[in-house]
Design a protein around this ligand. Structure first.
Ligand SMILES: CC(=O)N[C@H]1[C@@H](OP(=O)(O)OP(=O)(O)OC[C@H]2O[C@@H](n3ccc(=O)[nH]c3=O)[C@H](O)[C@@H]2O)O[C@H](CO)[C@H](O)[C@@H]1O
Ligand SMILES: [Mn+2]
Length: 355
C-alpha cells in the first residue's frame, strides 16, 4: 500500500513535470511567434517610414515648368493610324522586310516625335527585360525616335537589336520590396523629371509586358488608358474602401483600367503623376494601402479625368492569368489581336516582400 502510493506520487510528479514542460513549450512557442510577428510589424513600419521619407519631396515645381514647355496642341498624326492588316502571327518581324512591314502598320509621320517608354525593373523582374525591350525595339513606334527609360537596381543585360535600335537609358534606383516598387512609380517619375526633357510623349508599362505587333499612332493621344486584361469590358475591381483616396463608389466607374500601361503627352502624364502621387502619399501617411496599389489610384484618377482614349484589352492581353486562360472571354468581346501581351503567368514567386 505504502509502496503503491509512493509510485503514484512519483507518477503524479512525473505527470506534473511533463505537463509543466509541455505548457512551457507551448508558451515559448507562442512567445516566439508573437516576437517574430512584432519584429515583422516593426520592419514593415520602418520600411513604410523610409518610403514616405524617400518620396515626400518630389520636385513638383520642376514638373510644372516642364509641363508648361510641353505643347498642348493635338499632334497632326494622332488618330491617323491606318487600318493595318494586323492578324496575329502574320505581321511579326521577319529579317529583310522590316521597313515594308512597319510602313504598312505605322504611317510615315509628318513630324518625327520623341517618344519615351518608361519601365521599372528591379530584383528578379530583370528576367523580363530582354523580351520587353527587344519587342519594343521591333514594334513600339518604329516610325519615331524611341528612348527606353529603365529605372533599375542592376546592370542591364546586353541586347540584340534588329534594324532599328532605340536609345536605352538606365536610371539607377534602389529596390523596394513589394508593393512599393510598383506603387511608387509615379513618384519615381516625378523625382527624375529632368531625364524626360525633350520627350513629346511618355508611356509607362510593366516590364512583364511584350509587344506582339506594331503599336504606334493608335497610341497617340493626350491621355491613353487601357482596359485591364483581367477584366475586359467590366467595371473590374476598384477600391471601395472609403478610407483610401483611391475610393470609387460602387458602380461609378465605366471601365477598369490597367495600372501597367498608360501614357500620353509628356505634360499630361506628369499631371497624372503629380495628382496620383499626392493621393498615394496621403494614403501612405494614413497607413492605408489601396486594394491594387498604384492601379487603384490610377483608376480613381481616371474616374475624375477620363483619358482621351480608352484602348481595349488587346493592349493588355493576358493569354493566361495565374489561374485560368482568359482567351475565350476575349473572343466573345471581339478582342482578337494580342498587341501588348502581359506575361504574368510566367511570374512564379518573383515578388520579394522584404529586403
Ligand atoms: C498589367 C497590369 O495592369 N498590372 C498591374 C497589376 O499587377 P501585376 O501583377 O501586373 O504587377 P507586377 O508584378 O507586374 O508589378 C508591376 C511592375 O512593377 C515592377 N516591379 C515590381 C516588383 C519588383 O520587385 N520589381 C519590379 O520591377 C515591374 O515593372 C512590374 O512589371 O497591379 C499592380 C499593382 O498591384 C500594378 O498596377 C501593375 O501595373
Ligand atoms: Mn505586370
Amino acid at each position: 500500500m505504502v509502496a503503491l502510493s509512493g509510485v503514484s506520487r512519483r507518477k503524479r510528479l512525473a505527470l506534473l513535470c511533463t505537463a509543466g514542460f509541455l505548457i512551457s513549450l507551448v508558451l515559448s512557442y507562442l512567445f516566439a511567434i508573437r516576437y517574430i510577428e512584432n519584429q515583422r510589424r516593426a520592419e514593415k513600419e520602418a520600411l513604410h517610414e523610409r518610403v514616405i521619407e524617400q518620396f515626400s519631396h518630389v520636385p513638383t515645381a520642376q514638373c510644372a515648368m516642364l509641363r508648361s514647355n510641353a505643347s498642348e496642341n493635338a499632334h497632326p498624326d494622332a488618330g491617323n493610324a491606318q487600318a493595318a492588316p494586323l492578324v496575329p502571327g502574320t505581321d511579326q518581324l521577319r529579317p529583310g522586310n522590316r521597313l515594308l512591314t512597319y510602313n504598312a502598320a505605322c504611317p510615315v509621320p509628318k513630324h518625327t516625335l520623341n517618344i519615351g517608354l518608361v519601365v521599372t525593373v528591379t530584383g528578379r523582374y530583370m528576367q523580363f527585360f530582354k523580351r520587353f525591350s527587344t519587342s519594343a525595339g521591333s514594334f513600339f513606334f518604329p516610325n519615331h525616335n524611341v528612348t527606353i527609360f529603365v529605372f533599375t537596381d542592376q546592370p542591364l543585360p546586353p541586347l540584340d537589336w534588329g534594324e532599328i535600335s532605340p536609345t536605352v537609358k538606365a536610371i539607377p534606383k534602389t529596390r523596394l520590396p513589394w508593393p512599393y516598387d510598383s506603387l511608387m512609380r509615379f513618384g519615381t517619375l516625378l523625382q527624375h523629371a529632368k531625364e524626360f526633357e525633350g520627350m513629346d510623349y511618355l508611356y509607362a508599362l510593366d516590364v512583364d509586358f511584350a509587344f506582339n505587333t506594331y503599336v504606334c499612332e493608335d497610341f497617340l493621344a493626350d491621355l491613353v488608358g487601357v482596359q485591364n486584361g483581367y477584366h475586359p469590358g467590366t467595371k473590374g475591381t476598384p477600391d471601395h474602401n472609403p478610407a483610401s483616396t483611391a475610393f470609387i463608389a460602387p458602380g461609378t466607374n465605366t471601365h477598369y483600367y490597367a495600372g501597367g500601361v498608360y501614357g500620353g503627352k509628356h505634360g499630361r502624364v506628369f499631371q497624372v503623376a503629380e495628382a496620383v502621387h499626392s493621393n498615394i502619399m496621403t494614403d501612405m501617411r494614413n497607413r492605408v494601402m489601396a486594394l491594387w496599389h498604384d492601379e487603384s489610384h490610377l483608376n480613381r484618377y481616371f474616374v475624375d479625368h477620363p483619358p482621351s482614349i480608352t484602348l481595349s484589352a488587346e493592349y493588355c492581353y493576358m493569354p493566361y492569368t495565374k489561374w485560368v486562360p482568359l482567351v475565350h472571354s476575349y473572343a466573345e468581346l471581339g478582342v482578337v489581336v494580342p498587341r501588348i501581351v502581359h506575361y504574368e503567368y510566367l511570374k512564379a514567386d518573383l515578388r520579394e516582400e522584404y529586403v
